[in-house]
Design a protein around this ligand. Structure first.
Ligand SMILES: [Zn+2]
Length: 247
C-alpha cells in the first residue's frame, strides 16, 4: 500500500496507510524543512517542533535516543528527555501518550505495533543495525517484556536509501551473505548494491510477521531530494523524524 503524503499546518509528512487503520495510533515520517531564501539557524529545530505539535507532543512526552548503530533496545515507561540521551537504536513502550522518535537520513526506520498487547516500537536500522539484527532484537524484547507474538504484530518500513542509490563494496555484501546465506543475492552481487529496507522486511517475515501486515514505503531518500535529507547525496547532518505513539 503506498504511503500517504499529508500536509497539516504547513508541515509535510508521510504515513503508512496500513497502520492508519488503528484509530488509537499515530505514526509519521517527517520531510525536510522547506527551503527558504535565507537559511536561518534553527529552521530544522522549529520544523521538528511543529511536526511533534501535530500529534500534541511536547518535549516531555517524547523519547529519543543517541543512535549508535548497535542492537540495544530500550523499554520506555516514562520519557526522560534531555541533552544526555541514552545510547540505543530501538525503543518499545506500552504507555499511551509517549512518542517514540528516531532520526534518519538514509538509514531504515521501522515501526512496530502489537494491537493485541498494545505495544509499539521504533527502530533505527542502518547497515550495521540491519546486520546486527536490530529488528529481531526489538521483537524479541516486545515478547519478553509484554508477551507480544510476532504473528500479532504489524510493521511499517519508512523512507530510506533504496538499492537505486546504495552502492556498496563487495566486502560489505559478503557480510550480509554470510549472515543470511539463504537469501537471493544475485541482484546485489551483479549491481554491487544493497536494499536495506527489503532486508529488514525479510527479517520481519522470517520472525513470523505476516507479509500482508508489513507496509514498506519504498521511497528512496537519496532520489527524492525535494522531500528528504540524504547523507549519501549531500553528507548532511540534518535528519528526518520517524515517530510512533499510542493516543
Ligand atoms: Zn534512489
Amino acid at each position: 500500500m503506498p504511503w500517504e503524503q499529508r500536509e497539516v499546518n504547513g508541515v509535510r509528512y508521510y504515513r503508512s496507510q496500513l497502520l492508519a487503520q488503528f484509530p488509537w495510533l499515530e505514526q509519521g515520517f517527517s520531510t525536510r524543512a522547506p527551503v527558504s531564501p535565507v537559511t536561518k539557524p534553527g529552521v530544522e529545530e522549529e520544523y521538528r517542533r511543529r511536526f511533534f505539535a501535530l500529534f500534541g507532543l511536547t518535549p516531555d512526552r517524547i523519547q529519543m535516543v543517541r543512535q549508535v548503530h548497535g542492537d540495544r533496545v530500550l523499554v520506555i515507561d516514562r520519557p526522560q528527555p534531555g541533552l544526555e540521551l541514552p545510547e540505543a537504536d530501538a525503543m518499545i513502550t506500552n504507555q499511551p501518550g509517549v512518542g517514540l522518535a528516531t532520526i534518519h537520513a538514509d538509514c531504515v526506520p521501522v515501526v512496530l505495533v502489537d494491537p493485541v498487547r498494545r505495544v509499539i516500537a521504533a527502530v533505527h536500522a542502518g547497515w550495521k543495525g540491519t546486520l546486527a539484527g536490530i529488528v529481531g532484537q526489538t521483537i524479541k524484547r516486545m515478547e519478553a517484556e509484554y508477551g507480544s507474538k510476532p504473528a500479532d504484530c504489524w510493521a511499517a518500513i519508512g523512507p530510506a536509501v533504496g538499492s537505486c542509490c546504495y552502492r556498496v563494496s563487495r566486502e560489505r555484501i559478503k557480510l550480509f551473505q554470510e549472515k543470511w546465506p539463504g537469501l537471493d543475492w544475485r541482484a546485489a552481487e551483479k549491481r554491487g548494491v544493497l536494499d536495506l529496507a527489503a532486508l529488514n522486511q525479510q527479517c520481519l517475515e522470517k520472525l513470523g510477521v505476516r507479509p500482508a501486515r508489513i507496509d514498506p514505503a519504498r521511497l528512496c531518500t537519496a532520489c527524492r531530494d525535494t522531500d528528504f535529507y540524504s547523507f549519501r547525496r549531500e553528507q548532511t547532518a540534518r535528519r528526518m523524524l520517524s515517530l510512533i505513539m499510542m493516543k
